[in-house]
Design a protein around this ligand. Structure first.
Ligand SMILES: *[C@@H]1O[C@H](CO)[C@@H](O)[C@H](O)[C@H]1NC(C)=O
Ligand SMILES: *[C@@H]1O[C@H](CO)[C@@H](O)[C@H](O)[C@H]1NC(C)=O
Ligand SMILES: *[C@@H]1O[C@H](CO)[C@@H](O)[C@H](O)[C@H]1NC(C)=O
Ligand SMILES: *[C@@H]1O[C@H](CO)[C@@H](O)[C@H](O)[C@H]1NC(C)=O
Ligand SMILES: *[C@@H]1O[C@H](CO)[C@@H](O)[C@H](O)[C@H]1NC(C)=O
Ligand SMILES: *[C@@H]1O[C@H](CO)[C@@H](O)[C@H](O)[C@H]1NC(C)=O
Ligand SMILES: *[C@@H]1O[C@H](CO)[C@@H](O)[C@H](O)[C@H]1NC(C)=O
Ligand SMILES: *[C@@H]1O[C@H](CO)[C@@H](O)[C@H](O)[C@H]1NC(C)=O
Ligand SMILES: *[C@@H]1O[C@H](CO)[C@@H](O)[C@H](O)[C@H]1NC(C)=O
Ligand SMILES: *[C@@H]1O[C@H](CO)[C@@H](O)[C@H](O)[C@H]1NC(C)=O
Length: 875
């Protein structure tokens, strides 16, 4: 009988599944087989992950990363992030492989380098799908996922046109598209997802003015548009999003005022970040004081036109307890510049950043006492005064970063400072007026990575204890203080400026003690800091030889020993192959330029100015092909300027002035770029040594639990270019060019030598040059007409030579040069000199012949006689 047999079959099937699946025997055979097929596919062709699947444990519900329902034993969750071995390369996943798991509720396939999911994803009960951080080029087919609530597509390469499939997801509550390449505005399809509560479109390459595309009608709780290029004012309808807990507009180009109604309407706000935009006008944070749930408030780095204030007493006690407050560079409480008084009521803060506000008053050390969970405090670049008034019995074990640099803090450091901040990793008190000794308790801090006490008035010797046992220090900056004493020699370790305990910092990468009063020799043990990349001992009274220990410093890329009395040469064993910036100016180097420099093939800057070097410029200079700044001024270098210097194409500044160089100026100097064709974005100036350290506090919102999750403070650093600094004398002033500005500076200074003959017309080809100084030589003949091509020239000095003929036509920049550019050439005439030229019957202007033998290494000055004498001059 048809009916009864099918009933019988149905009953039998139920029994069977009770026996096989729902009973104590574990997972369904069909799902077990399915899991093994999935594993094989993920491991294709020879991966090894999920090795425990299919082993001795027969019950697949007990396999790793598989979760079954505890009644039905059906697989309900597959957590398979980071499963596919990246070395296997990209592949797409066949959706059919997932078909056996019909009860699946959560599927996590993130971080697997899948290029796509082919076929239809068909799950009636799937609520959470995470395919973030793959290489999806197309969105999976989502049309058979009626229960989906959470979809995570973070970190793929999707564009807006691929999002149409979202229309099937009528129940979707959380959509994360962070880190895709959507382009344009907010995709309109998103506004149709009527249950949507959480939307992340951070770093999606979106731009234009923000059109909300129906989002304001939704009941959004979380809106993350950070890291895009949205511009213009905030849309008024944001006011309607009264359920909003999180609004993150960090790093966009929004401008205009922030309507105060925004804050007063959105009473559920817990997280506000409007930082890194161009908002302006005034905002009164008092309008937030009734937001009892507010935890994060970040308006950092809008331009100075955003004035953030509130010192209205009626609001003075807010209902919130903040965890993160960042109001850096916000023109805070202008003009009173007082510290926000509501801070007196806060005791739960982890992060406070009020840097760059010019706040006045005493250092608010009480913030540390009140907020015992504080990890990160930044007050740099304000006008805080007073002494560091810390209590010796308070313990701030959570504090990891403290920046109080660039204020006016004075007095001595509390002797117990190291014992109350045992967790410090970064401490920056530079640029204040601190006095006295560096307390020995600093030696108690184990985790210290970066310590900056530079630019204070600290004195005395560094306590030996300070560096004992330290094994984490990367950066130590003590420059510009009044520390004194000698650097110890191996045999004398007591009462010394820097003890050998210091050597317990094998990690040390940057040591800067410049501008103190250290004397004696550089100790041989300097070589024990084998990781040292930057060493600055300049502007002390160090003398004697550079020790051979120095030869062990293979990583060194920045060395500044300038303004000491070091000499007479460098050790020939020095390994300079990584050296990029070498400053040895104003020392006692003698004899030839040290040959060991021939191995410094990475050099960008070589500064040997103001030493007592003699002999000719050595023949190996052409090996230093990356040189941009070659500064040899002020020694006794002799002989002619060698032609091989012309091979140093990258040079922007060449300073050979004030030596005993003779002969004529090589015309091939126009082979050097001098600022033409500068590659702007190369990494020449990047040093990973004198880093700027900062902390990042990541907060993620857990939609499921409706709470913010504070992840651990993440300490990081960025390479800093600030140290590379070159002085260059333009007419009448010496200017220091620092870091990136150096890119834009170019100049040639051959002044104060004994150069003869004419100025080669090829010098006029240096169209990128800013400064040209050939003064105080014995140059003759007329100024080449090609000088009119020097389009960028800002400073010209040809004075005190034997030049004849007429000064260049006073056009463009040449109109700005004054007499001083040309004076001291008795046979030169024309404005701006007072001596005028009266042209007589001028012969046709003869262009000097271009030298035809400049490539073969030898050349002769031009001989063309008639050129200069076609002018007469009258004094
Ligand atoms: C897989 O095969 C490739 C190419 O044959 C090989 O390079 C790789 O080492 C293998 N990987 C494993 C885990 O065996
Ligand atoms: C997968 O299983 C392994 C082993 O139990 C575990 O270490 C890992 O955290 C699991 N991954 C996930 C996402 O659950
Ligand atoms: C079965 O699962 C439910 C929800 O997933 C849980 O609340 C319950 O405690 C579990 N029971 C057992 C016996 O593990
Ligand atoms: C996906 O898997 C199914 C079932 O194993 C198979 O029939 C189909 O051909 C596969 N599709 C692709 C594109 O490999
Ligand atoms: C998926 O796995 C990733 C990586 O472990 C994890 O960050 C994420 O929270 C998981 N998502 C879900 C929905 O389980
Ligand atoms: C905001 O909400 C009000 C009242 O609910 C409604 O009248 C108005 O149209 C909404 N504005 C926008 C821009 O959606
Ligand atoms: C502060 O804002 C001004 C104006 O936009 C900007 O020039 C300056 O670089 C900012 N300073 C810092 C430290 O962010
Ligand atoms: C914070 O410290 C100040 C000064 O010591 C004190 O007046 C205030 O009551 C403290 N606030 C909290 C919340 O502890
Ligand atoms: C070590 O050097 C210091 C200062 O140069 C000196 O005062 C001291 O006597 C020396 N100690 C020994 C043991 O040589
Ligand atoms: C000029 O540059 C070229 C190639 O860039 C090079 O071959 C030549 O030797 C250089 N000339 C001189 C004189 O250095």
């Amino acid at each position: 009988m048809e009916v009864s047999s099918s009933l019988y079959l149905a009953a039998y099937a139920t029994c069977l599944s009770l026996l096989l699946g729902y009973g104590s025997l574990g997972c369904l055979e069909e799902e077990k087989v399915g899991l093994l097929q999935l594993k094989a596919s993920i491991n294709h062709p020879n991966g090894t992950s999920l090795s425990s699947w299919g082993g001795e444990v027969g019950d697949c519900c007990k396999w790793e990363n598989v979760t079954c329902d505890n009644k039905t034993n059906r697989v309900i969750q597959l957590s398979l992030p980071l499963i596919r071995d990246f070395e296997l390369g990209e592949c797409s996943l066949n959706a059919s492989l997932l078909l056996p798991f019909q009860q699946l509720q959560i599927l996590n396939l993130s971080h697997n380098a899948f290029t796509g999911i082919e076929g239809l994803l068909r799950f009636k009960k799937l609520q959470v799908l995470n395919v973030g951080w793959n290489n999806l080029r197309t969105i999976p087919n989502l049309s058979a996922l009626p229960s989906l609530k959470v979809l995570d597509l973070t970190g793929n390469n999707l564009n807006s046109s691929q999002l149409q499939g979202l229309k099937y997801l009528s129940k979707l509550e959380v959509l994360n598209l962070h880190y895709n390449n959507l382009m344009g505005g907010i995709p309109p399809i998103i506004g149709t997802l009527s249950y949507l509560k959480s939307l992340s479109l951070g770093i999606c390459n979106l731009n234009g003015s923000l059109l909300m595309e129906g989002l304001c009608k939704l009941n959004l709780e979380e809106l993350d548009l950070s890291g895009n290029s949205f511009e213009g004012t905030l849309p008024a309808c944001l006011n309607n999003l009264t359920s909003l807990r999180l609004i993150d507009l960090f790093e966009n180009d929004f401008s205009g005022t922030i309507p105060s109604s925004l804050f007063s309407n959105l009473k559920s706000l817990e997280y506000i970040s409007l930082s890194d935009n161009h908002f302006e006008g005034s905002i009164y944070y008092g309008s937030l004081f009734n937001h009892s749930r507010l935890q994060v408030f970040d308006l950092t780095s809008n331009n100075k036109y955003l004035k953030v204030q509130n010192e209205n007493p009626t609001w003075s006690v807010p209902l919130f307890q903040l965890k993160i407050l960042k109001l850096s560079n916000c023109t805070l409480n202008w003009p009173s510049r007082v510290l926000p008084s509501f801070l007196l009521s806060q005791y739960d803060l982890r992060v406070i950043d009020l840097s760059y506000n010019d706040l006045t008053g005493d250092v608010p050390a009480w913030l540390l006492d009140n907020n015992t969970k504080l990890e990160y405090l930044r007050f740099e670049s304000n006008s805080l005064t007073g002494v560091l008034d810390l209590r010796s019995n308070s313990i701030h074990s959570n504090m990891r970063l403290l920046y109080l640099s660039l204020n006016c803090i004075h007095g001595e450091l509390p002797p117990f400072i190291g014992s109350i901040f045992l967790g410090f990793e970064v401490l920056d008190l530079s640029g204040n007026a601190l006095q006295g000794n560096i307390p020995s308790s600093m030696g108690d801090i184990d985790q210290l990575v970066s310590l900056d006490f530079s630019n204070n008035n600290l004195s005395g010797q560094l306590p030996e204890h300070m560096m004992m046992g330290r094994n984490s220090l990367w950066v130590l900056k003590l420059s510009n203080n009044s520390l004194h004493g000698t650097l110890p020699t191996k045999s004398n370790l007591t009462g010394l400026f820097i003890s050998r305990g210091f050597l317990n910092s094998p990690t040390l990468q940057a040591l800067d003690i410049n501008s103190n009063s250290l004397w004696g020799q550089i100790p041989i043990w300097i070589g024990d800091f084998s990781n040292l990349r930057a060493l600055n001992l300049s502007r002390n009274h160090l003398d004697g030889v550079v020790p051979t220990g120095f030869c062990k410093l293979n990583e060194l890329s920045f060395l500044d020993l300038s303004h000491n009395k070091i000499g007479p040469t460098l050790p020939s064993c020095a390994n300079l192959k990584n050296m990029k910036f070498l400053h040895l100016e104003s020392n006692e180097l003698r004899g030839p330029i040290p040959d060991v420099l021939a191995g410094a093939t990475s050099l960008v800057t070589l500064n040997l100015r103001d030493n007592k070097l003699s002999s000719p410029i050595p023949p190996w200079f052409n090996l230093l092909s990356k040189l941009r700044y070659l500064l040899l001024k002020g020694s006794q270098l002799e002989d002619s300027i060698p032609l091989h210097l012309c091979q140093l194409k990258s040079i922007s500044i060449l300073d050979l002035s004030h030596n005993h160089l003779s002969g004529s100026i090589p015309p091939c100097l126009d082979n050097i770029t001098f600022g033409r064709e500068v590659a702007l974005m190369d990494d020449t100036f990047f040093m990973d040594t004198f880093n700027r350290w900062y902390g990042e506090y990541h907060v993620t919102y857990s939609y499921e639990n409706q709470v913010f999750v504070y992840q651990e403070l993440f300490i990081s650093y960025e390479a800093s270019t600030e140290r590379e600094e070159i002085e260059f004398i333009t007419k009448c002033r010496s200017e220091a060019y620092i870091g990136n500005i150096l890119y834009f500076m170019s100049g040639l200074d051959l002044s104060g030598n004994q150069l003869t003959s004419l100025i080669p017309p090829e010098i006029g080809n240096l169209s990128g040059i800013h400064t040209l100084n050939l003064s105080y030589n014995q140059l003759t003949r007329s100024i080449p007409q090609t000088f009119s091509n020097l389009e960028e020239i800002e400073s010209l000095d040809l004075s005190q030579n034997g030049l004849t003929g007429k000064t260049p036509e006073r056009k463009l920049q040449f109109a700005t040069f004054e007499q001083s550019s040309y004076e001291g050439n008795p046979l030169l005439c024309g404005l701006p000199l007072e001596r005028s030229c009266t042209p007589t019957s001028a012969p046709p202007a003869v262009q000097p012949p271009v030298s035809n033998n400049r490539e073969n290494g030898s050349w002769e000055p031009y001989s063309y006689g008639v050129l200069e004498d076609h002018m007469e001059w009258h004094s």
